[in-house]
Design a binder for this molecule. Structure first.
Ligand code: HEC
Length: 150
């Protein structure tokens, strides 16, 4: 009887330890290649390229892309937020980075719906993409530009 109780509390303790880390996706187990594949499957890269016209004034992608008003977006997908070297991110974005938040599909979708709701006081002065399709397509387009190490 005593043993059972101990076993049960061990399971409960493990559960509480595992949940917060998983919820913030601060895990080394994160499968970047799989997330990129999932983004490509969920959206249309070509259509996403057109949606990206709305982002171009501030974000550069592709060869030799540099930080501008916003950070370059070549290698941000599936890595910790706020990782473009030399870009001066807002304090609130950096606070979220400290929590270990990763740019996965779910977080990107939330951010692009209404940037200020996802990161309070973000420097990204963009109203957001209301249409779910537009978000899925632009996320697929951005995923298509990421380099993946095998
Ligand atoms: C008016 C300029 C502007 C526009 C338009 C804009 N952004 Fe941004 N974006 C920024 C700035 C500035 C930041 C940095 C935010 C911060 O530090 O809080 C940012 C941050 C980001 C990040 C986080 C990158 C990282 O390194 O963590 C992503 C992803 C992003 N933007 C995607 C987009 C997409 C996709 C669009 C178009 C649908 C878009 N942005 C439109 C200015 C812009």
């Amino acid at each position: 009887m005593r043993l059972k109780t101990i076993a049960l509390s061990a399971v409960l303790a493990l559960g509480t330890l595992a949940t917060p880390a998983f919820a913030q996706n601060a895990t080394t187990e994160f499968d970047r290649a799989a997330e990129i594949e999932a983004a490509l499957a969920a959206g249309d890269v070509k259509k996403g390229k057109s949606v990206f016209a709305k982002c171009k004034a501030c974000h550069k992608v592709g060869d030799k892309a540099k930080n501008g008003v916003g950070p370059q977006l070549n290698d941000f997908f599936g890595v910790e937020i706020g990782s473009s070297e030399g870009f001066k991110y807002s304090k609130t974005l950096l606070a979220k980075k400290e929590e270990g938040v990763i740019w996965d599909i779910a977080n990107l979708d939330a951010f692009l719906t209404k940037p200020k709701d996802f990161i309070e006081k973000t420097k990204m002065t963009f109203a957001g993409l209301k249409k779910e399709k537009d978000r899925a397509n632009v996320i697929a387009y951005l995923a298509s530009l990421q380099s993946v190490e095998e």
